[in-house]
Design a protein around this ligand. Structure first.
Ligand SMILES: NC(=O)c1ccc[n+]([C@@H]2O[C@H](COP(=O)([O-])OP(=O)(O)OC[C@H]3O[C@@H](n4cnc5c(N)ncnc54)[C@H](OP(=O)(O)O)[C@@H]3O)[C@@H](O)[C@H]2O)c1
Length: 235
């Protein structure tokens, strides 16, 4: 029996494989049609997880944009947007960050033991701070989210978080969007950093779908046998 959520990793990259600029600044790696697709994927999930650096740098709101999707979730007895989840070592996050300051959905912060005091002081009034041990393992986070009722988890980066979910063999599905331009600076972050990944020339991921959305393309990979085994919306 599954002891962790069905987990979808989502990321947009340039043709040359970078997920942001060299100064870690976010770039328009998506377009309107793809934003709407991501909105549908978010609507199908119970929680969205991003790393603390993405909260600090990109200021994502992680709220559903579509009124219809929010209304449909409320009608199903769900919060209008998925729970927001993050992971931090030091707990140095600000309560005024868009992640915390927007939406009435629950926010959960998994913090390494050494940073829990700092995180509780800063975020205790706006989020549930969980002592995730030292270091925080994404396997444990996944299991804890499952215990909290999260059955579908969307992981939206950045590089450090994607690397840990992938090297930990915790991904069931990967959505990779390729934008039609180059960044051309090796100081910029890629989807993952170095690591030992379960998918290699001898164990290839399954390309489940290729979809053109205006000038970007979505590559949807099945990363585990759970893909296709569960009733999934067309997202
Ligand atoms: N193109 C896209 O789709 C996309 C999406 C999202 C982000 N991005 C880009 O990705 C870049 C950020 O990537 P990143 O790798 O620097 O950062 P990240 O993955 O967003 O966050 C890394 C931070 O998360 C915390 N963390 C991660 N794993 C942890 C663990 N096991 N235990 C405790 N804390 C942990 C640490 O926070 P503390 O520092 O607080 O200890 C760490 O510094 C940005 O440039 C952003 O624009 C791109």
């Amino acid at each position: 029996m599954a002891d962790r959520p069905y987990t979808v990793l989502s990321c947009a990259m340039s043709i040359d494989g970078y997920i942001a600029g060299a100064a870690m600044e976010p770039l328009p790696l998506s377009n309107a049609a793809d934003f709407d697709r991501v909105d549908a994927v978010r609507a199908s999930c119970d929680a969205i997880l991003v790393g603390a650096a993405t909260i600090r740098g990109d200021q994502p709101r992680l709220l559903l944009r579509s009124d219809a999707r929010r209304t449909e979730r409320l009608a199903r007895g769900l919060p209008s947007s998925p729970i927001k989840v993050t992971v931090t070592g030091g707990g140095r996050l600000d309560a005024w960050a868009m992640f915390f300051a927007t939406g009435d959905t629950e926010k959960v912060v998994y913090c390494a033991s050494a940073g829990v005091n700092e995180a509780s002081e800063r975020l205790g009034s706006v989020a549930t701070v969980v002592d995730g041990g030292q270091p925080v393992s994404m396997h444990w986070v996944s299991e804890d989210l499952y215990r909290r009722g999260v059955q579908r988890l969307l992981v939206e980066g950045g590089q450090s978080v994607h690397t840990q979910f992938l090297t930990g063999d915790l991904a069931d599905e990967l959505h990779l969007v390729v934008a039609p331009f180059f960044i051309g600076d090796s100081a910029a972050p890629r989807l993952v950093s170095d690591g030992r990944f379960p998918w290699n020339p001898d164990r290839r991921a399954t390309l489940a779908e290729v979809r053109q959305l205006g000038d970007v393309v979505l590559l949807r990979y099945a990363m585990s046998p759970r893909f296709g085994a569960e009733p999934l919306e067309e997202v």
